[in-house]
Design a protein around this ligand. Structure first.
Ligand code: ZN
Length: 502
């Protein structure tokens, strides 16, 4: 059990234990929330509104229904009942009220959940001074959250209000074509290069050096002296689902190839890399509205697309996609469109990650950008209508795309081609049954287009016969998210078909 699990477990088993207590680390006053304010928050909370922030809910008479965020399912069994103020999943049994949902789903503490609700419903939380014991109970997670929020303000101030920040950081963002409103929305910042300005300022403000290190902002030498880990870099805050800052990426502005381009916060009580997606807080509503999630590689791709008016976009930030990230997307849509720059090596490296998306039952499309362009550079030079058109026109079903690519690569080499077909069949086998026929058809057409020698066709036939069997073994298509298919819908911003299950 991790430290965090342990804490959650304790809170769950004694829900009132930590009631009404919240303590902020210095430099803020250590305070507790007044009980009457807590009651006011509880009274205001509407379960469908709260859960609806994180789960795509559809009204069914007096209740709401959605895909359960706590277990993997393809048909919704997650019920929200406003009249009773509760949610209940008939698949895995999870249930609770608004506060319980925020604790379970967002990994908030009880007090963090109260604060979240108060903010959402615009309720003021009067606070009283905390006792020393209460103050001591402050969790590491809350402390790191306070540090990250403070560090964001600090680094943004240094970007906008200091000579060095303007000359180096801000001019870099402007060179990239970022507008001021976008720089502010994404809360970008800058850390001065020399003098460990951040460490000095943070420690002078009462932050604990050990926690600053855990939050990723400072490193300490053996003699205990601190230095700024992000010195001379522009900063990109990573937001959690609810918009809280959980980590940072920091980019060097030097051309020295030996320097890592990005430094990132380490994992912490607040930040688990495999469970977070860059941009998700800004994208979740648009993903639901557009019926698909655009997946890109980097921070700047997300920001440039936002600036072009395309908001349903997240990045896995350079790491290969994880199951948790895929499930995070799945809360909002069952369709993913991956935007690639034209680099074949990068595409090949990511193929396995895409199989993971298929295995979770999402439909996947791929858009390849022209040589030398990535989503960032492409979106910067064009109006958003043109970018959207391009995505809609170029989106290809992933398996067809993979087949094209592998078969083209194997051209004239029967052994390679057999291996390619094997790989394609493996991908097809992951797709939920209802879509399979269309995919197989399209794939086979594409294979046939690429096919050279007649000898290889035996392999193709082998592939074709292998697939429907696997599909049948997985059960009938009844009850699966059927028409969420795959080769027919355009699956791009503007099209709702891809996820609508029509
Ligand atoms: Zn469930």
């Amino acid at each position: 059990m991790t430290r965090q699990d342990d804490r959650l477990h304790r809170e769950k088993s004694s829900p009132g234990r930590q009631t009404d207590q919240r303590y902020l680390h210095a430099p803020f006053q250590k305070t507790v929330i007044r009980p009457d304010a807590i009651q006011q928050v509880k009274d205001a909370a509407r379960i469908d509104e709260v859960v609806g922030q994180f789960v795509n809910l559809k009204r069914k008479g007096p209740r709401f229904l959605g895909l359960c965020p706590f277990h993997n399912e393809k048909t919704p069994s997650f019920n929200v009942v406003p009249a009773m103020g509760i949610y209940k999943c008939f698949g895995c049994g999870e249930s609770g009220d608004s506060i319980g949902f925020l604790i379970e789903h967002e990994h908030h503490s009880y007090v963090e959940a109260i604060r979240w609700l108060a903010k959402y419903y615009n309720i003021e939380l009067p606070e009283e001074e905390a006792t020393p014991e209460q103050a001591a109970e402050q969790t590491e997670r809350e402390s790191i959250a306070v540090i990250q929020a403070w560090a964001q303000k600090w680094s943004s101030e240094h970007l906008w209000e200091t000579d060095e920040g303007k000359r180096i950081g801000l001019s870099y963002f402007h060179e990239r074509g970022f507008r001021d409103d976008i720089i502010k929305q994404f809360q970008l910042g800058y850390v001065p290069e020399f003098g460990n300005a951040f460490s000095i300022s943070a420690i002078a403000n009462g932050f604990n050096p050990e926690l600053l290190e855990k939050a990723g902002w400072i490193k300490r030498r053996e003699d205990g002296n601190a230095w700024d880990f992000f010195a001379g870099r522009v900063t990109f805050p990573v937001h959690g689902l609810s918009g809280q800052i959980i980590a940072f990426g920091a980019r060097t502005l030097k051309s020295d190839k030996k320097l890592p381009k990005y430094f990132n916060s380490p994992e912490s009580a607040l930040y688990v890399k495999s469970r977070s997606l860059y941009g998700i807080a800004f994208a979740k509503k648009a993903i639901v509205e557009q019926g698909t999630c655009l997946l890109v590689e980097g921070y700047t791709d997300v920001i440039s697309l936002h600036q072009a008016g395309i908001a349903n976009v997240v990045a896995s930030s350079g790491t290969s996609l994880t199951v948790e990230q895929v499930r995070l997307i799945k809360r909002y849509s069952t369709s993913v469109t991956i935007l690639y720059d034209g680099d074949p090596a990068g595409i090949k490296a990511s193929l396995r990650g895409i199989d993971l998306i298929l295995a979770e039952g999402l439909s996947v499309k791929v858009v390849l950008f022209p040589d030398g362009e990535d989503p960032d550079s492409f979106a910067r030079k064009r109006p958003s209508s043109e970018v959207l058109d391009f995505i809609a026109k170029e989106a290809k079903d992933f398996i067809v795309f993979k087949a094209d690519m592998l078969v083209r690569e194997a051209e004239g080499d029967p052994v390679k081609k057999a291996a390619a077909i094997h790989e394609i069949v493996a991908s097809i086998a992951l797709v939920p049954d209802a879509c399979i026929a269309l995919i197989v058809l399209a794939t086979m057409q594409s294979l046939a287009r690429c096919a050279g020698a007649g000898a290889d066709q035996r392999n193709e036939q082998g592939a074709a016969s292998a697939v429907p069997q696997k599909g049948r073994r997985r059960g009938s298509s009844a009850g699966s998210p059927g028409g969420r298919c795959c080769t027919t819908a355009t699956g791009v911003a503007g099209s709702r078909h891809a996820a609508a299950g029509t």
